[in-house]
Ligand binder design. Sequence first.
Ligand code: FES
Length: 313
Amino acid sequence: MGMTDVRVRVIERTDEADAVFALVLAAVDGGDLPAWTPGAHIDVAAGSAGVRQYSLCGDPAERDRWRIAVLHEPAGRGGSAHLFRTALPGTTLSVSVPRNNFELADAAEYTFVAGGIGITPILPMIAAAEQAGAHWTLHYGARTTAHMAFADALTERYPQVRLVPQNESGLLPVAEILAARPAATVYCCGPEPLLAAVEAEGARQGVTVRTERFVPRPVERTGTDEAFEVRLAQTGRTLRVAADRSIVDVLESAGISVITSCREGTCGSCETPVLDGEVEHRDSLLTAEERDSGATMMLCVSRARSGVLVLDL
Ligand code: FES
């Protein structure tokens, strides 16, 4: 563990849409919280469900509070149901320091595409784009307008926000959205089918697309997993990773501690430099270029394609 190292108190809880509630969190001792930038998330301990990632969706300049929004999915994996029940005003939560796997790069033009609760990292990005004087548009889809958190505040302030409720207008027209502004950098967060569609369309149209996933990307398995070796460059140790174990498991059994949080390839806390060997990436956050470069890997889910990996550990 190690990443759930901030204690915060829920100081406000509000309903923001059908099945979406927002929490305002403050340091238990009342002081400033760690700084963050648009696109950052925190890991939140959610009881027996483990840790879940939530994007910070408030104002980074407000150092005494963080805001997150939670989609209550009673049939989900249990994290949101736990928070729905327990994260009441006055209670405390264990969370991590903010980590950003979804940095807003400088650009003259942005296209933001949000699906449902995926609006959360986009909110501070919009504020930053406004502040920088960049041109931007937002395409925000959800089942109905009642499922769109923060939609009223967005449409009241910004004419370039387009709401696409599925029950009236169907799915977000991804190809058309990307084609409309080919020079824009695209930031997309939402459910897997939307992310996959935006990535595929971005590749087809040659548009730069950045996405963020909080549930693991489906992994295409080609054949069964095989055993391999990891060599630890800093100590010269070599460890064998059996077919049914992860690198993190093996390191921990050998008494080598690794910082982990989600253990499913979504949070980035176990990212480790790779000095040699070919990686089979199974995480949900490295970009295609980062995967191809093979410079780092997530030790909780990724494996070796070659027989040996040399890690900077
Ligand atoms: S522990 Fe979260 S990516 Fe590995």
